[in-house]
Design a protein around this ligand. Structure first.
Ligand code: FCB
Length: 453
């Protein structure tokens, strides 16, 4: 039997990713909390993983003991700025303590400023005025985000130089503004592609403003976003229509942000928008990769320009058929980035699988890390990997029905239970690589794929 190890470069970052609303608990002052109370989600976030109550300490211990040398977390805007005119210094102090906690455990922090949640006051802004829109639909949000970014970075700069302004701004806009979007119903639950484009262009402009502000405060900062990249294939390769829709889906979901960062322009079927200030405002490319969809013409989906996206029946499915295990898509995504931004460092800011029983996750992890290694082996500048996620947490509209953690969580008792994937991932982090022994031990079913003779 083959014996080998796929090693990664020295200094590679290995971590997990989390988001404030999904782990902190009691984030009562943002639009997601309200969305949950209004019955749009499967259960409510409640105490979540109780990080705000201090359980981040034990979870950071778990991460550090598992050999992780980095962690990606987000701060909650509605805690830091509870009203338009107030800053909560205690909340900022609490985040400083958490980041110090990471440093003390030898982990490099990557801080996301906006991960899906907005303060209630922000989303209500403009709602009562005359038809100009609300929240991220209106330009007034841009300087507010910049101010929040300044305040937060000023407070946390002692512990962090790696910043992510927005997590999946494309996911935020499409899930919130295009009915039956990628994964489901996000607030504000509107159905208007044009508005989705407007939200995205406001987010791009807010990113550009924050990018400059952060560099003013901290010249050595590295700033980017985490893009939700989805691999797509035409269902019928022979069909020009399916091929066109596939290209268009990728254009709308994947291309808008990278295009703005490379040319300062966004182009889509809905028109062209110039955002010159966005050009060159990315110090690394943050890639969130989960899965691949097949795309076909679907008359029942006018809201998505008749694009139907689905998974084939014989796929390697996650729980609730939410995702499928498609490791090649990871390589494809990395290649897609390198072609556009040949020298830009890349961080895999998220990658993971919903699998309460941990049946598929070990092979999902091994196969995706193998694809990432292929990219590294071409000298593509992949610098780190953040698995989604450390401990099961509140999964947005799916609530507690999808379990992405290396550790299982009983949200009623707060008890954590280790899954086998946590051990596999710990071995990978400690080895700085994936070995044939690990694959043999945790997912022998893919041994021949990963170590062919
Ligand atoms: C990503 C989100 C993250 C989590 C995972 C499963 O799209 O960024 O918060 O919900 O999906």
């Amino acid at each position: 039997m083959v014996q080998a190890t796929y090693h990664f470069p020295r200094g590679f970052l290995w971590g997990t990713a989390t988001a404030a609303h999904q782990v902190e608990g009691n984030n009562t002052n943002n639009q997601w909390w309200k969305w949950e109370q209004d019955g749009h989600t499967q259960g409510t976030s409640g105490l979540a993983c109780d990080w705000w109550g201090g359980r981040w300490r034990e979870d950071f211990d778990r991460a550090a003991e598992g050999g992780q040398n980095a962690h990606r977390l987000s701060v909650e805007w509605s805690r830091i700025q509870p009203t338009p005119d107030t800053w909560d210094e205690d909340a900022l102090e609490r985040y400083r303590t958490m980041l110090r906690g990471l440093r003390e455990r030898g982990m490099t922090p990557l801080v996301t400023l906006h991960h899906y949640t907005d303060p209630l006051w922000l989303v209500e802004m403009g709602a009562h005025s005359t038809g100009s829109g609300q929240g991220w639909e209106i330009e007034a949000v841009i300087p507010l985000f910049e101010k929040f970014a300044r305040k937060t970075v000023e407070a946390l700069k002692e512990y962090c130089t790696l910043w992510c302004t927005f997590n999946e701004p494309n996911g935020y806009a499409l899930n919130g503004y295009v009915g039956g979007g990628l994964s489901g119903d996000f607030p504000p639950g509107k159905n208007d592609l044009k508005l989705a484009m407007q939200v995205q262009s406001n987010m791009i402009r807010a990113h550009a403003a924050a990018y400059r502000a952060i560099h003013q405060i901290q010249p050595e900062a590295r700033v980017g976003i985490a893009l939700h990249y989805r691999a797509f294939t035409p269902h019928y390769g022979w069909s020009p229509l399916d091929r066109f829709l596939t290209k268009n889906a990728s254009m709308i979901l994947n291309n808008i942000f990278p295009m703005a960062f490379s040319n300062g322009v966004i182009r889509s079927l809905l028109g062209t928008v110039q955002i010159p200030e966005a050009k060159g405002t990315q110090d690394y490319f943050g890639l969130n990769y989960y899965t691949r969809n097949r795309v076909t013409f679907d008359l029942r989906r006018p809201e998505t320009m008749f694009t139907g996206a689905f998974f084939a029946d014989d796929s390697d499915f996650s729980d609730k058929k939410f995702l499928i295990n498609e490791p090649d898509g990871m390589f494809e995504g990395l290649k897609w980035i390198v072609r556009r931004f040949p020298n830009l460092p890349i961080l895999v800011t998220e990658n993971g699988f919903a699998d309460a029983e941990d049946r598929v996750r070990p092979r999902y992890i091994a196969q995706h890390i193998h694809q990432m290694w292929r990219a590294v082996n071409f000298n593509w500048p992949v610098k780190g990997y953040f698995h989604w996620t450390l401990v099961d947490n509140f999964e947005w509209e799916q609530g507690w029905t999808l379990r992405f953690g290396l550790w299982a969580l009983d949200e009623h008792t707060q008890k954590r239970t280790k899954r086998r994937s946590a051990d596999l991932y710990a071995e990978i982090c400690k080895e700085n690589g994936l070995s044939s022994e690990m694959v043999e031990k945790y997912c022998p079913e893919v041994f021949d794929k990963l170590f062919p003779v």
